[in-house]
Design a protein around this ligand. Sequence first.
Ligand SMILES: Nc1ncnc2c1ncn2[C@@H]1O[C@H](COP(=O)(O)OP(=O)(O)OP(=O)(O)O)[C@@H](O)[C@H]1O
Length: 728
Amino acid sequence: MIGESGYIQDLFDTPPAEPPTVPQTAAEALALMDDWVERDWIRALDHAFAAFVCNIVGEQGEQPSHMLALLAAMVSHQVGRGHVCLDIRHLCRDTEPTLVLPSEGVASLPADCLRPSDLFSGISPDELIADLGRSCAVGNGGQATPLVLDGTRLYLRRFWRYEQAIAAGIRDRLENPVELDDAGLLAQALNALFGTGPEPDYQKIACALAARNSFSVITGGPGTGKTTTVVNLLAALQSVACESAGAGDASPYLRIRLSAPTGKAAARLSESIGGAVERLPLAELPGRPDKSAIPTQVTTLHRLLGSRPGSRRFRHDQDNPLPLDILVIDEASMVDVDLMASVFAALPARARLIMLGDKDQLASVDAGAVLGELCQRAEAAHYLPATARWLESVSGCRLPAELTDPQGLPLDQAVAMLRKSYRFDEHSGIGVLAAATNAGKLDRELINRCRQQGFEDVAWVAPASGSVRPLASEPGTALLADHGLTGSPERFRNSGEGRRINDVSVAPPVGYGHYLRLIRDGRPVLAAATEERERWDAWATDVLEAFNHFKVLCALRQGPFGVEGLNREIAGRLRQAGLIDRTEGWYNGRPVLITGNDYNLGLMNGDIGVTLSVPWDRDDSNKPVGTLRVAFPSSDGSGTIRWISPSRLQSLETVYAMTVHKSQGSEFTHACLVIPDRLTPVLTRELVYTGITRARHWLSLVVSQEGVLKEAVGRGVVRASGLARLLA
Ligand SMILES: Nc1ncnc2c1ncn2[C@@H]1O[C@H](COP(=O)(O)OP(=O)(O)OP(=O)(O)O)[C@@H](O)[C@H]1O
């Protein structure tokens, strides 16, 4: 019987497609990869790197093999996807999940198209490794080769160096713990800060652990008290330093700097740390340290290290180390290996490093998953009996036996996990959903509970049950646009009224109508205006704060559930409601996200501003006229506003909807997480968890296909890297 495709071929007399030929030479491999670039499977950069490698080995008189060309492109492709290296064993065993090529699935591939999995699966990794070992393009790190093979891992040389530098920096600090002259003083300070009692107080334990280490990691989910803990830790360290200082010491205090990878994260930490410092019982601590000894200003890592426009190098490095004794990095999950290696290069030999972050969040946009790797064993702690005894003696808390392990590794002794959320209790849907997502399991019971307003902080936004219309159809996107306007309080239990957290009442959820009404109704009176810049700053501060009350978060950029489509839909709905007067170009109220660093303007990728009409220009008769300026919060956390003319801004996009990736390091009073209607490689457990945990008080989950959400939550990502092995 002739199949349908055979029948069509007969009709047109077209010969069947040629079976694809597997490349045998480097030139054929490069030609094949040209096709992959055309199809957008790999970047032109990956192809160019493979061509470069072939060229340089050719110059050395070596005939480059097709596998060398392919592997050079694949390792570059992997780095583009956030991996630090390519594990040859994984490549041969699980080609598709390892490379995720093509990224949108293979259903519509023409028969004459070769996929990477046609080339690598079934090949012996040992043979491939032996082949690579014979090429002059591949070394073991000792020589200046473009590729480095370390066991079964193939690296771009630069990334191998980063990983080695990070591992060396950590190892060196693990081998040189802090000598505490008087652990009793530390215990006294911790008792004053946390109180006493035998029940495990993981914040207190984390402080004790970090106090005796030159390198430490404190990880915890949202609201577990990472900021509170680090403020207490710094107070305890300054207290001990102050009490132990000799009479002749110039300053008894340690030099501390606080940092975060993005301006947004830095501003958020600055905001929360100020309040925490105010609440410290400093007068009760040994040495009675002064409040000024605990910094509240947080800088971005780039600013701290001294970034130089157009250069990858920083002002501070091994030849010009940072002038500090303690460096704290918040939101460390967002730090990639490149930046982390620069931090270690710039740290003075005996300075301490304290990393804070949530190990379960999405890893950095660029290569590496440093925090995740360092925290792989954090759940079970693996404290050596000696560590456990020391922690118990200093904190006065009893450590559960299951957290000790006679086989614990040196790194385990420097990692503390906070285990209790002070923001989300067992009744909070956000907390329950985050925990279930982390466990990789969203069961029917939990989904039904969300659907039926079983949690007061979660709204489930989906097509009416039994509806055959998917959300992506017109009424579906209109529903999303309406949600963007109002935040749909009616979808929450009691319309969001009457909620209290820690005895503080929480305002009902809002949408974008909220900040736009504040722009309209809160605008300073024009006549009183021009020279009173503070009033305009205060208004802009309120608007930016109000804009932070709600955000639509997407997994994808394209499609009806992507950033671009939703930005259009929501802007259209806001215009229809009369809250903005246009949807394209610049307009009063347009929120923008900066998408590239601009050192001249002091704006960083990820900064958010709102466009406002201000009366600072004059017409011919000297009357004030409205001009559009974009208001950005200052990057130093000082609470002032930077007003920038739209024409000076280079890379930006409208930001009613933003990707979950870009939202890292931010929190919103109400977050609306949009799950697309099909599974794509970016949709993973880490992404869903990060999206859910951006919500501070209210979460709307937009779910068109329940199965997609469930499957996404079942899929964790493991980034290829050798850091954990180097530290084992
Ligand atoms: N030990 C504690 N006892 C009571 N409340 C606490 C304690 N620790 C933290 N909190 C409160 O819990 C909330 C969250 O704390 P904090 O901001 O330190 O957590 P975080 O882990 O840094 O949060 P985020 O998720 O924003 O990063 C704050 O309101 C804080 O005051």
